[in-house]
Design a protein around this ligand. Structure first.
Ligand SMILES: Cc1cc2nc3c(=O)[nH]c(=O)nc-3n(C[C@H](O)[C@H](O)[C@H](O)COP(=O)(O)O)c2cc1C
Length: 365
């Protein structure tokens, strides 16, 4: 049966790539729901890839980034494919349709994606029912840490009320929580990255939640350099546990060649890599060990993973490369990472954490 589903899925990939990208994404979710191409249990990871972050163990550091499974429909199959952790969402308090289609574009020539989905999702009620079922139906946890990425509705949002309420809804079920303050497609959302607003938001969360899973903040790569230090202070002093760096960018590098380069929305994939890495490195320097760091943006090789870890990442996430390559991406990333570790004579990927910072005189890591 498994062979059959593999045989069905592999030839379908080139076809999926030719379809309208949003339909292809829907079909990929359906295939995962049916278990097509999903091994019956998680592949065993080489111990050299294991790491600890946010008080948890991860058998490998590669997570699926938010936005792939907005409604928490395929958390378990994603874990079974071999992701080291799975982030579901962004989910908002009420269901919403998002922006009119087309709203998702492949920039094939640039190995990039532009999206202006606008938080299309089924809302927190259905999201939490699925998370509850995830544990109840099988009696076992999915085998990899699970996070919930939270956002606000386009209309009628009250962030200081909405985020604490969303946290209350998901906290029985997840291993970590992300405040998404960085989608470019929800007007006003990115203003919450302002350090005073962020301090207020975290105070409202702390007032309602004496205990909660680790809380991460997902930042935009378009933050000005001088904005980063105050955001990091507000996050650390407000009791946040980590940062995800980064979300998609509004920038359009002059190198883009695809005819879709002029579409409105957030750009992800290869053209985001340099900025996301640079911002991560700077954040690691500023946070100075106070916050866990998840590197995201343009990761598509084992060398990219090693580079992010050396720049200070505890964990990494991928989206665009997975959209282009499908599940084969995971085995390749792990294989390439292990080859680099062997070449360097390093026993464990986590031994390289923050290595660049140490070389530059950062004594504290
Ligand atoms: C189609 C699409 C939808 C996304 N939706 C979300 C989302 O709902 N919430 C979020 O925090 N990030 C979302 N993202 C951003 C990704 O999680 C990730 O931060 C970004 O794509 C950079 O990683 P990548 O270069 O590996 O794709 C989305 C990205 C894409 C391409």
């Amino acid at each position: 049966m498994k062979d059959l589903s593999d045989r069905l899925l592999a030839p379908a990939l080139p076809l999926l790539r030719r379809l309208d990208p949003e339909r292809a994404h829907g079909l990929a979710i359906d295939a995962l729901l049916l278990g097509a191409g999903v091994p019956p249990s998680r592949p065993k990871d080489d111990p050299a890839l294991a790491t600890r972050a946010f008080g948890m163990r991860f058998s490998n550091p590669i997570g699926i980034a938010a936005g792939f499974d907005k409604d928490a429909r395929v958390v378990r199959p994603l874990a079974q494919l071999g992701f080291g952790f799975v982030e579901a969402g962004t989910v908002t308090p009420r269901p919403q349709q998002g922006n009119p289609r087309p709203r998702l574009f492949r920039l094939t020539e640039d190995r990039a994606v532009i999206n202006r989905m606008g938080f299309n999702n089924q809302g927190i009620d259905r999201f939490t029912v699925r998370l509850a079922r995830l544990y109840r139906d099988r009696g076992t946890r999915p085998g990899a840490p699970v996070g919930a990425n939270l956002g606000i509705n386009k209309i009628g949002a009250a962030p200081e009320l909405d985020y604490p309420e969303l946290i209350a809804r998901v906290k029985p079920y997840v291993d970590y929580i992300v405040l998404n303050l960085s989608s470019p497609n929800t007007p006003g959302l990115r203003a919450l990255q302002d350090s005073e607003r962020l301090a207020e938001l975290l105070a409202a969360i702390n007032a309602r939640h004496a205990t909660r899973p680790p809380l991460l903040i997902k930042l935009a790569p378009d933050l000005a350099d001088e904005q980063l230090a105050p955001v990091i202070e507000a996050a650390a002093q407000g009791g946040a546990n980590g940062l995800i760096i980064s979300n998609t960018t509004l920038a359009r590098p002059a190198t883009l060649r695809s005819p879709h380069a002029g579409e409105t929305g957030g750009l992800s994939g290869r053209p985001l890599k340099a900025r996301a890495t640079e911002m991560l490195r700077e954040a690691a320097r500023l946070a100075n060990g106070r916050l866990g760091l998840v590197g995201c943006g343009g990761i598509e090789t084992g060398a990219d993973i090693v580079e992010r870890v050396r720049a200070g990442a505890d964990l990494v996430q991928v989206y665009s490369a997975f959209a282009y390559e499908g599940p084969a991406l995971l085995a390749r990333l792990k294989r390439e990472t292990l080859t680099i570790l062997r070449e360097l004579g390093v026993e464990s990927l986590s031994d390289l954490k923050g290595a660049d910072l140490k070389n530059n005189g950062g004594e504290s890591r």
